[in-house]
Design a protein around this ligand. Structure first.
Ligand code: ARG
Length: 476
């Protein structure tokens, strides 16, 4: 049986906690200001579940390898479970003099079980420990985020199913472009969310690798079994290079970058909700539950939730910039600077999750307004492209047809009429190719139903899309 030398924590069999677990070579106490300045336990304590899960796997591995006895293993596991219960009930005595979550738990363990507790940190360093905790944390949170994305995508799908008959203009340059089905429009958000989810899954591949066992950064003299620890913690594989392992935070950056892209999407959605719920558009009613009032203007119902989501994009982008900047000048390997990755990471997770939660409910309960959408389709010549397509089908080059229809639009505008209100004579004054059948394709319905190309807005294509999306969603 391999034995670790007596740890700093112990004097004889009596448990005697020094002020610092690493205090052996220090003659003077840490300045109180340094203590306050360097601590991270006030915010990294949220990693306690992960820290304890990692420690339990670590001690199981140590025991299997004969590095600690099975009695010690049991005592450590029991102690750690006790500590977890203390954390959950809020009874755990957090102490800033123990810097971070790791040392707080270790010191408490020794306080509870004595000498055996001091053996937990064998063949481990806080450098690989924190790399493990962050990965476990991200795995947990990524799964939650993905299930929240699923709820939001599900809300879009339901709205799309419920609004198949509704028509709306889509916009380019915020000018009315062409008529589409509202369902088609809503499913565009489904696609964004599908890609976001894929990105989260993909970045999980890179952080779902066990870092534990590289210790301070050079590996260890103990006969550990890293693959066994990986198996216990459900990691498909272990990291290959110890220096890289303690230096790497790209997985944190990649997660925040993924979140930044995702949040950019949420922000665009928020912006559309702001526009669409304005009186100018009046395409959607967000309901009393999801709007707020003004303290002075009694008539107001403001889309504050959507605005805050748009606003919180700044936090997520800020976090990405913070961690990129944090890492850019660091020499190998671990540097204390890296402790600064936690708050931006936690803030990103909190922001993304709370936004998804509220957005899913908001989309579920939103009431779209077909009448205003349809009246927006009457002005703005949104079927002008259909008129040009008509001439092109009759043999005119599209570029020429574009020009001819430009003239038609200009005439209609001067005479204060819509395209379908022009007479056949008026149309024929621009081109001989116009015949009576032209009127079928310049109605809003005609325009939509003729866009049958794959991915287009014709009803059959949209129904097919709906079917595919709902099948996909079940597998998420
Ligand atoms: N609180 C530290 C961090 O977040 C844990 C790792 C500490 N390692 C060390 N060598 N001081 O980075």
């Amino acid at each position: 049986m391999l034995r670790v030398s007596e740890s700093d924590f112990l004097s004889g069999s009596r448990v005697d906690l020094p002020k610092k677990p690493w205090g052996g070579r220090f003659k003077k106490a840490t300045h109180e200001l340094v203590e306050r300045f360097t601590e991270s336990v006030s915010f990294d304590k949220r990693l306690f579940v992960d820290d304890i899960e990692g420690s339990i796997a670590h001690v199981k591995m140590l025991s299997k390898q004969g590095i600690v006895s099975s009695e010690e293993e049991q005592a450590i596991i029991d102690g750690l479970r006790d500590i977890r219960a203390e954390m959950e009930t809020g009874e755990f005595p957090f102490r800033t003099e123990y810097e971070d979550i790791h040392l707080n738990i270790e010191a408490r363990l020794i306080e509870k079980i004595g000498e055996a507790g001091g053996r937990l940190h064998t063949a481990r360093s806080r450098n690989d420990q924190i790399a493990l905790d962050e990965r476990l944390y991200l795995r947990r949170e990524t799964r939650e985020i993905n299930s929240l994305i699923k709820s939001l995508a599900g809300a879009f799908l339901t709205q799309a199913e419920d609004n198949v008959g509704v028509m709306v203009p889509f916009y380019t340059h915020l000018q009315r472009a062409q008529p589409v089905l509202l369902s088609h429009y809503l499913l565009a958000y489904f696609e964004m969310l599908r890609r976001d989810r894929e990105r989260y899954m993909d970045c999980m591949k890179r952080f779902n690798v066990l870092p534990l066992g590289v210790c301070a950064g050079a590996g260890t003299t103990f006969p550990i079994d890293r693959h066994y620890a990986a198996e216990l913690l459900g990691f498909p594989t272990v990291t290959r290079n110890s220096i890289d392992t303690v230096s790497d935070r790209d997985f944190v950056i990649e997660f925040i970058a993924t979140s930044a892209i995702h949040y950019m999407h949420l922000s665009r959605l928020a912006e559309e909700l702001v526009l669409w719920s304005s009186k100018e558009f009046d395409f959607v009613d967000l309901g009393d539950e999801f709007t707020t009032g003004s303290s002075i203007m009694p008539q107001k119902r403001n889309p504050d939730v959507a605005e805050l989501i748009r606003g919180k994009t700044a936090r997520v982008y800020g976090s990405l910039t913070a961690v990129l900047t944090l890492m850019k000048g660091l020499p190998f390997s671990y540097n204390r600077d890296m402790q600064e990755d936690k708050e931006p990471l936690f803030d990103t997770v909190d922001t993304v999750k709370s936004s998804l939660e509220v957005l899913a409910e908001m989309i579920k309960t939103a009431r779209f307004k077909p009448e205003s959408m349809e009246s927006a389709l009457t002005g703005g010549f949104s079927t002008a492209t259909d008129l040009a397509d008509y001439l092109a089908r009759k043999g005119m080059a599209f570029r020429k047809a574009h020009e001819v229809v430009g003239g038609v639009v200009s005439m209609a505008e001067e005479r204060g009429r819509e395209l379908h209100q022009l007479s056949i004579e008026e149309l024929r004054s621009h081109s001989e190719l116009f015949a009576q059948d032209v009127f079928e394709c310049i109605t809003v319905e005609g325009s939509i139903s003729s866009r049958t190309s794959y991915g287009g807005t014709a009803k059959q294509s949209v129904l097919k899309q709906l079917e595919e999306c709902s099948k996909e969603l079940e597998l998420w």
